[in-house]
Design a protein around this ligand. Structure first.
Ligand code: 13P
Ligand code: SF4
Length: 300
């Protein structure tokens, strides 16, 4: 641990604060975190922590979700401008208009959405539970799914549903190219391909394992001897290499620049000043809690 990391840990002890980090964070942030997880695990951890302060080292919607689940805790984020291209692709006013055009539809929203979008949603899903949750909806239900068209298409294929899809995507996952992946596969014929469902269909068609960041990481932990081509953001490398030093990672993802906005110095400032704080309007929080709570209940 370096000097700044030691100061951060000291402040956490003094203030009863917990640092929660997504797997896409810079290695030095994951190193100092109390808890590292995918979007689902971060929400589940926020729900159960006894800390007074949650410092969310993830993108803004992750901090909002924690604030909605923990109205009596202080939720901080080292850089409040850490947004998400996918969440930004669906504004609440546009979703509202889409809903008005389809009044009989159930609205299923990916967790990568603002609190205002969740407030207009019937049930939230993450990449870790989307198939399970959509499968619980009545077979004949009409469904609007947003904002990730790649994940939505994948759910349709896997469940035999015909959900209407919002036309959004994550710029990090959408730019993986199938021809580059095929070149890597030709070069490393033994390598398995790990892909996040936010990737396009042609990438997923070439993948051996498709799942949330936690699913992909756990697959490697359970099979630690192999070679892997990683089609998700580069931050997963830290957890994989920490747990499986012998594994060979080839072509490890693209960086999510939003996730990389958090640095150790911003994290230290945030703990010292207890700012920036993430809060959610009370009515929006009440409306958004319902579909988030349903997701957590249905994930059990
Ligand atoms: P996970 O839920 O798999 O961690 O994904 C979050 C995310 O932002 C993927 O781009
Ligand atoms: Fe958003 Fe994509 Fe970054 Fe995930 S990787 S946080 S979906 S921009």
């Amino acid at each position: 641990m370096n000097e700044v990391q030691s100061q951060i840990r000291q402040l956490c002890r003094e203030k009863n604060a917990i640092i929660m980090a997504h797997y896409y964070q810079r290695p030095e942030i994951q190193e100092v975190a109390d808890f590292i997880g995918d979007s689902l695990a971060l929400a589940q951890k926020a729900q159960t922590t006894t800390a007074d302060i949650i410092v969310m080292c993830g993108v803004h919607f992750m901090a909002e979700t924690a604030a909605i689940l923990c109205p009596n805790k202080k939720v901080l984020i080292p850089d409040a401008t850490a947004s998400c291209s996918l969440a930004d692709s669906c504004q609440a006013a546009d979703l509202k208009a889409w809903k008005q055009q389809h009044p009989e539809h159930i609205v299923v929203s990916y967790v990568n959405t603002s609190a205002a979008v969740k407030a207009l949603t019937d049930v939230v899903v993450t990449s870790g539970n989307a198939l399970k949750i959509v499968n619980r909806l009545p077979q004949d239900a009409k469904i609007l799914f947003g904002p990730d068209r790649n994940l939505g298409r994948y759910i349709n294929e896997q469940t035999g549903r015909n959900m209407d899809l919002w036309d959004g995507c994550c710029h990090v996952h959408n730019r993986f190219s199938a021809s580059q992946l095929q070149t890597l596969k030709n070069q490393y014929p033994q390598a398995l391909v790990l892909a996040h469902p936010e990737c396009q269909k042609d990438i997923k068609d070439l993948a051996d394992v498709i799942g949330s960041t936690a699913v992909l990481i756990n697959y490697v932990k359970n099979n630690p001897q192999g070679q892997y081509i990683v089609m998700t953001a580069d931050g997963v490398e830290y957890e994989i290499r920490s747990a499986c030093p012998d594994v060979q990672l080839i072509g490890v993802g693209n960086a999510c620049e939003y996730m990389h906005q958090h640095t150790l110095s911003k994290l230290l400032n945030c703990l010292q000043n207890e700012s920036p704080r993430v809060t959610v309007d009370a009515q929006v929080a009440t409306d958004a809690l319902r579909p988030i709570a349903k997701m957590l209940e249905w994930s059990k």
